[in-house]
Every structure is written in C-alpha cells, then in structure tokens.
Design a protein around this ligand. Structure first.
Ligand SMILES: [Zn+2]
Length: 328
C-alpha cells in the first residue's frame, strides 16, 4: 500500500493507509498530485478529540483535486485513530501517551512512538511545508490562534511566520520549543510549519470547519501550491504575537472555577480561577503571573492534578497596535 500511495503521477489523487510499524495503526492518507512542485503535508487528529481540524482535513481531502494544484498535497485527517474510535480525550489508547510529546518517535517503541516514527520517516520526510490542525481538548475552551516556532533557522522561521500570517486569527504564538511536538520537530528539521488552533470542548461547527479550510487554502495559495491568487495577510497590527505563554497545571485534583473566558485579558495578580474541594472549600487560587490573555483553559468542572488548567499569552511590556507583531 505504501509504495502504491507514493507512486503517484501528476493529475492523480490516491487514498490509502500508512502502517505505523507493528503497532496495528493505519493512518488514512490522501495524496493529491498536481504536477512538479513542492509538497505540503496537512495533518489533524494528533489529538483525537479535536474535531474541527479533523473534519476540515477530511473535507479538504475530498475537495482538493489535482487540477487545482501545482505540486502535491498530502492529507492525514486523523492520526490518533484508536483514540478517536474509543473516544478517549487526546491520548493514544494503547500507551496513554500524547503524540505531540513523542516526535520523532522510535521504530521499535510503543504505539505512540511508532506512529510518530511513521509520520517522521514517511510523511515529514517527503514534506516541504507542514500544517497541523488542532483545537482545545475535549474539556478545553479556546480562543483561535496559530503557532510557529521561533528558535530555528532564520529562513524557516520567517517562512513559518509568513504562513501563520495567512491564518485568519488575531493572535499568533511564537513557540520557543524545538522538540517533541510534530510541528516543532518539523521546524527544527528545516520544514516551515504552522499549527492552527481553533475550536474545543469536543464539538465542531460548520463555521469553524470552514475557517480552518479557508486558512489551509490561504496558506497553500501563499506557498504557490494551490493555484489561487494568494490573498494579502491581515494588517500586522491586527495580529498580536505572543513570545511567552504560561501553561498553568493544576496542583490538585478537584473542581475548577475559572474566573474568565478564553480570549479575555487580565492584569498581573488577578485571580484566573480557583480549585475547590467537594465541600466547596477553596484549596487553590490561580494568580496571573503577568498581564496576559487566556488562549485556552479547562472548562470542565473536573480538573486533574498535574493536568492542564489554563494557558495564557503574556502581553508584551506595552500592548502596541502597530509594527509590534513582526519578529525582528
Ligand atoms: Zn492538540
């Protein structure tokens, strides 16, 4: 199947499955070849409860046709297949691992490690560009934004940033992490990459799916793979770049009462939420360590010790309206 999938001629579109070692995993893959040119990889469902990206990628895989492309688009709409079919949150069912912490994986590792290895060796190896679609997890509410990686080769960072600029969101995050995550590993390996975050809470809407699809198309047009006139990005002043994100994990298991919503701004020292015990006593208050904006947060009543609680972008010293968003 593998050979058949990659033995593709200009004008062809193929679907098939990519085996991940002996893990039993088979990832659904669509390859659309418009002719000579660059290859873009689009993945979703690295976290299986993040449905907006999964649905968007499935629709794109059906809608994109060879005649619409110069170059090739490879789409994997669902990476964590067993998590999806068992409706876990986002961990791999067999080993409880988070795929986005295991790249580049190992050929002889656990299920998650073998999936990451198959993605690195078979998919990223063939990719010139990479777009990864995510959402908040099944228990998280999120404000849409996009990531690119900062501390990589200057050319890779600049192109990744330009790809992120095509995503119709008001916030970008320049990640400082170059390992373990799919797009982080790809960026560090020289592949310009972005991760788009939209949706959450284990649901999806037509509007969000259409926005994800539009973002992917805008990036593919910018990369001159999709034969559409590239649209101009939003004005730089409309996209604020966070270079620091604080990821707060819960110090206790209990009931979580967030004080704000995703997308809300707050000042340093404000209480972002409380954990209470089953008698209603406050056992922990989460205090903002800096002025910032909530990117995503746990929205379920249950919060788990050492699990995600809230994540916020730290505002630059002074929130500027112009010029600030371009990396130097
Ligand atoms: Zn995710």
């Amino acid at each position: 199947m593998r050979q058949k999938l990659w033995e593709i001629q200009p004008g062809e579109k193929k679907t098939g499955f990519l085996k991940a070692g002996d893990s039993g995993y088979e990832l659904p893959v669509t390859v659309i070849c418009g002719g000579e040119g660059k290859t873009a990889l689009v993945t979703a469902g690295i976290h299986n409860a993040e449905y907006v990206g999964i649905q968007a990628a499935m629709e794109l895989a059906r809608e994109l046709q060879p005649e619409m492309l110069q170059g090739t688009v490879v789409i994997v709409p669902l990476v964590n297949v067993s998590g999806f079919s068992r409706r876990t949150m986002s961990m791999v069912y067999e080993d409880g691992k988070n795929l986005n912490r295991e790249f580049p994986g190992r050929a002889d590792g656990t299920a998650a490690e073998q999936i990451c290895h198959a993605m690195s060796a078979e998919l990223l190896e063939r990719a010139d560009y990479y777009i990864d679609l995510h959402s908040g997890d099944g228990y998280e509410e999120m404000h849409p934004y996009a990531y690119y990686v900062g501390p990589v080769e200057a050319q890779v960072r600049e192109l990744s940033f330009q790809m992120a600029r095509r995503v119709r969101v008001n916030y970008l995050v320049e990640s400082q992490c170059t390992t373990k995550g799919a797009y982080n590993y790809a960026s560090a390996s020289g592949i310009p990459s972005v991760l788009i975050e939209r949706g959450g809470l284990g649901v999806w809407s037509r509007e969000e799916v259409d926005l994800d699809k539009e973002d992917v198309r805008r990036i593919l047009a910018f990369l001159e793979i999709l034969k559409e006139k590239p649209e101009e990005p939003q004005a730089a002043g409309e996209q604020l770049v966070f270079r620091q994100v604080i990821y707060e994990h819960a110090p206790e298991t209990g009931c979580w009462y967030p004080a704000c919503h995703a997308g809300d701004f707050f000042r340093k020292g404000e209480i972002l939420g409380e954990i209470r015990d089953y008698f209603g006593n406050t056992v922990y208050s989460c205090k903002a360590l800096a002025d910032g904006m909530i990117l995503y947060q746990t929205a379920s009543l249950a919060v788990l010790k050492d699990g995600p609680m809230t994540a916020y972008g730290v505002l630059p010293e002074q929130k500027k309206t112009e010029g600030e968003t371009l990396p130097e």
